[in-house]
Design a protein around this ligand. Structure first.
Ligand code: ADP
Ligand code: MG
Length: 561
């Protein structure tokens, strides 16, 4: 992170001539935080705009995913990076709601400035904001709508709400369905074992070609190879197959592989050849006798041996990656054996289907285990590596959101409906509070409306009218009314299928409050010496990639703009 580097300190000085402290420093921090939020403003919601991100390495990415933009943005203001750290927790923990969290933090900072002008102390504002956050968090469960977590339509709705605007509608629906189906496939009761959903990139095609495959995918170009061309004669699809997993080389010592064999006579040569043939026969026989239909070997397989097995109807894959071998063991119940000599039928695993498929330019082997250990694979597609990676990233978020929804801990109406309902609740609650605290809680209510306000703005409708109308609905207790995507007008959100998991909103509220109050408390920014107090660069790696080239100028959130 940025602590201890002279870049931002120099910037602070150059901005004001003098080092900033007290109110000046605080205001500067608030501006930096608000500017960060301002950057994301136009991206919120289904009608949000895209950003074209250009990296210093020339890589160009088009996205309107808040988390993705923040991750790639070069940020040289310490206060803005604090906010960024808070926001990145949102993305990591619940997979969605980053833009909303940052916008809310920005709005809280904006409101704080007016509160300062009215004579409130930053500490009072901070306390009031936490009070508002608690009131809102307590209220959230009451705003949830009744749905059945296992209901596929609902799951798809929730995921689609999370990714609206990130893709075209067609892509969003396709990937939302895919994430929902993946979660339904491995979910049991209210538990989802996320490890049983494996994402696998196959270059080529487009994101809409991304498909869900029932089973484990072994990529024959990446993590395994077909041991012999003779496998081409085997059926592409085997049902109820018995699977052997071998974790040592299936080779036969030959004159080619064993340098130290000394052959002194023709008899000796013959004996050696017989020995080799013998070994091959024995290994092939061991696998055939045990009843294997498919063999995965972690190391090389002698080609003649593989050919012999293929002739016996056995498909052999060699050089299977260790982790893949373990996954195969888990999926099929096979035991890894070190030598074929003591292979018994009980070492073999069972696979409902083993199917060889070609996707793009990749040969894949799909292994479908038994129901209890079933894995599903998502074959990610996209024209370029970047598209595939972006798809992977958003799909990960889709899965996180789908899991939250599947667990059924409550769904809330989106489109700003929940924020509007919370704002109404906070205004109501403020009446029972003392003067200063009431002001801060009311300010938080106004800040919460940043979500519907921005959605209306991005839909291109007059914001004041939309908000007045929305407040009127909520005053009448219609707490599921938000801003409709198509019209920008007040719309009932549950019927539209615009739903978000409770956990996402809960985190967004907490993250935004934490970020805003963190910045409010700071009244000085002091450059620490590089070696001092363990605040060097290494100690502050929060695991996301905003390592910057300091000293860059011209960013809207930099001081002095
Ligand atoms: P975030 O990074 O916060 O997820 P998004 O750009 O995904 O930001 O925008 C999310 C907001 O858009 C949420 O408030 C969500 O409820 C709203 N939204 C999503 N889909 C729709 C829709 N079809 N109609 C109205 N609002 C929607
Ligand atoms: Mg979202």
């Amino acid at each position: 992170m940025t602590h201890g580097t002279p870049g931002w300190y120099g910037r602070l000085r150059s901005a004001g001539g003098e080092r900033l402290s007290g109110d000046e420093a605080r205001r500067a921090n608030l501006r930096a935080g608000r500017a960060l939020a301002g950057t994301l403003r136009t991206t919120l919601g289904p009608r949000g705009c895209d950003k074209l991100l250009v990296g210093s390495d020339g890589v160009v990415v088009v996205t309107n995913d808040g988390a993705s933009i923040l991750d790639r943005m070069e940020i040289d203001h310490p206060a803005a990076s604090l906010l960024l750290d808070v926001a990145s927790q949102q993305a990591d923990q619940v997979g969605d709601g980053t833009t909303s969290a940052v916008l809310l933090a920005g709005a809280l900072l904006g409101e704080a400035e007016s509160l300062f002008e009215r004579g409130l102390h930053p500490t009072t504002v901070g306390e009031g904001y936490w009070r508002a956050c608690d009131l809102a968090l307590d209220r959230l469960p009451e705003l949830t709508v009744e749905t059945d977590g296992g209901d596929r339509e609902r799951l798809v709705d929730v995921v689609r709400t999370a990714v609206t605007g990130k893709w075209t509608d067609r892509e969003a629906t396709h990937l939302a369905e895919l994430a929902a189906d993946a979660v339904l496939a491995v979910g049991e009761g209210d538990r989802v074992d996320r490890d049983r959903i494996v994402l696998h990139a196959v270059p080529g095609g487009s994101p809409t070609d991304t498909e869900l495959v029932d089973g484990l995918v072994v990529d024959m170009a990446e993590s395994s190879t077909t041991a012999t061309d003779r496998a081409d004669d085997l059926p592409r699809r085997l049902t109820d197959a018995r699977v052997a997993l071998v974790d040592t080389p299936l080779d036969v010592p030959t004159t080619r592989t064993t340098r130290s064999v000394a052959v002194e006579s023709v008899d000796g040569l013959e004996a050696l050849t017989t020995y080799e043939t013998d070994q091959r026969d024995r290994r092939a026989a061991a696998l055939l006798d045990a009843g294997a239909d498919v063999v995965f070997c972690q190391q090389a397989v002698d080609e003649d041996l593989a050919g012999r097995l293929a002739a016996g109807g056995v498909f052999v894959a060699e050089r299977t990656r260790q982790d893949e071998l373990y996954k195969l063991a888990r999926a099929t119940g096979a035991r890894l054996v070190a030598t074929t000599a003591d292979l018994t039928p009980t070492d073999l695993g069972r696979a409902g289907v083993v199917e060889r498929r070609t996707v793009g330019d990749r040969d894949l082997t799909v292994v479908r285990g038994n129901a209890a250990t079933e894995q599903v694979s998502v074959l990610l597609r996209g024209g370029t590596d970047h598209v595939v990676e972006e798809t992977r990233r958003v799909l990960e978020d889709c899965l996180t959101v789908a899991v939250l929804a599947y667990r059924g801990d409550g769904l809330l109406p989106g489109g700003g409906a929940t924020e509007a309902a919370l704002a109404a609740h906070l205004r109501e609650s403020a009446r029972g509070l003392g003067g200063r605290e009431a002001l801060a809680v009311e300010a938080a209510a106004t800040a919460l409306e940043v979500v519907p306000r921005t959605l209306a703005e991005n839909a291109g409708v007059p914001v004041v009218d939309a908000l007045t109308d929305l407040r009127a609905h909520h005053a009448q207790g219609r707490s599921t009314v938000g801003i409709g995507a198509a019209t920008g007008e007040a719309t009932e959100m549950v019927a539209e299928g615009v739903l978000e998991p409770l956990a996402v909103k809960r985190r967004a509220l907490a993250c935004a409050t934490e970020g805003a109050t963190l910045l409010l408390r700071i009244d000085d920014v002091v450059a620490a010496s590089a070696g001092g107090g363990g605040h060097g660069e290494e100690g502050h790696d929060h695991g996301h990639s905003h390592e910057h080239d300091h000293g860059h100028g011209g960013y809207p959130w930099a001081l002095g703009h």
